[in-house]
Design a protein. Structure first.
Length: 114
């Protein structure tokens, strides 16, 4: 997608602080971290929101979770705990319309979220 911030990061046109990458996903540190560990995991394929995920994306979406597990280990927070979040749509606070999973850790996280 030409006009998508995260697609530009996948293409290398916009810099990203990459922490993990494979053929299907890219993960990088959030530019405005809400916790000591705040990483975004995205599919390299452009999918705008969770509402746009289709059956053939099922494996790809699962790979976001596998990446989250690997990243939590690498960041040293797997045992203490971490939160994964996918905001879908404006009311949930989605501001970048390329599906992404937040990984948050390193401080006590409140529940329910705001
Ligand atoms: P959301 O509000 O769920 O759509 O999350 C979008 C996230 O992208 C926010 O947490 C932003 O801080 C983050 N973000 C926006 N631009 C960049 C960027 N250039 N590099 C890294 N993270 C970004
Ligand atoms: Zn995109």
């Amino acid at each position: 997608m030409d006009n998508c911030l995260f697609c530009k990061m996948v293409a290398g046109d916009i810099p990203a602080d990459v922490v993990y990458e494979n053929d299907d996903v890219l993960a990088f540190r959030d530019i405005n971290p809400q916790a000591p560990v705040h990483i975004l995991i995205i599919p390299k394929k452009h999918v705008a929101t969770l509402n746009d995920v289709v059956e053939e994306d099922a494996m790809l979406m699962g790979k976001l979770f596998l990446a989250a597990k690997e990243i939590a280990e690498a960041e040293g927070v797997a045992d203490e705990g971490y939160r994964t979040v996918v905001n879908c749509g404006a009311s949930a606070g989605q501001s970048v319309f390329h599906v992404h999973m937040h990984v948050l850790a390193g401080r006590p996280l409140q529940w329910p979220p705001g």
